[in-house]
Design a protein around this ligand. Structure first.
Ligand code: DX5
Ligand code: ZN
Length: 216
């Protein structure tokens, strides 16, 4: 089980110390949400944050959740910035483009993930599985932190697990807290993105310790 803290709703002016606190508490990757104001109605970070992050935390995996329908601009930019893993949305481009960019990531030795928004069926996964290192199932509609976990995504996690026959790790993102992490784990998830649950009350180490204990 892996916890991937999402820094989306962390205080931008405290990012270095907040990430350092999460690292001391035992995390090995950080989930960086990239929102382009077009595929989703919100803006967040750019490539500079990723290169600054890798300079400060070279041993921590930079997981890029790319919420953009402009892969031609952003995939190469985040690869150059030092991303370790880039997760592309199925809904953001054509199947041919998706295949092309997954191949690009494979060739550049950057890990590749495929993200499904809540309404996208898991049946799209097998076609791309050979080029993937993991799958990300959104448990909220992408765009904002602090939303409520959508309960019917549990069934989707179950179906993805069946379909992938344990060959790829399943990550969940959105509304993950002590309770929903446990439920998602039982359904077959093994990587848990958590934003407001970890950064929302100023007690980052305690929140990570609690989630780690629950997922043990
Ligand atoms: C939503 C983002 C999530 C978000 C998670 O579009 O992909 O990563 O930051 O935040 P919480 O854990 O607050 O739902
Ligand atoms: Zn995310």
């Amino acid at each position: 089980m892996l916890i991937a803290p999402s820094i989306l709703n962390a205080n931008n002016l405290n990012l270095k110390s907040d990430i350092a606190a999460a690292v001391v508490a035992g995390i090995s990757r950080v989930h960086i949400d990239i929102m382009d104001g077009h595929f989703v109605p919100n803006l967040s970070f750019g490539p500079q944050l990723v290169s600054d992050f890798k300079q400060a935390f070279p041993d921590i995996t930079a997981e890029i959740h790319l919420m953009s329908d402009k892969p031609d601009i952003f995939v190469p930019a985040f690869v150059s910035a030092g991303a370790d893993l880039i997760e592309l949305h199925y809904e953001a481009m054509s199947a041919a483009e998706l295949d092309k960019w997954l191949t690009y990531l494979n060739q550049h030795h950057v890990k590749a993930g495929l993200v499904l928004s809540p309404d996208t069926p898991v049946t799209v996964l097998p076609k791309f599985a050979a080029k993937l290192d993991q799958v990300l199932l959104m448990t909220v509609y992408p765009g904002f932190g602090g939303q409520k976990f959508i309960p019917k995504m549990i069934d989707k996690i179950n179906r993805a697990k069946e379909l992938l026959q344990g060959k790829l790790p399943i990550e969940v993102d959105g509304g993950i807290d002590a309770e929903t992490a446990q439920i998602a784990k039982s359904a077959g998830a093994s990587i848990f993105v958590a934003g407001s649950y970890l950064f929302g009350n100023g007690r980052i180490a305690e929140q990570i310790a609690e989630l780690t204990e629950i997922l043990r």
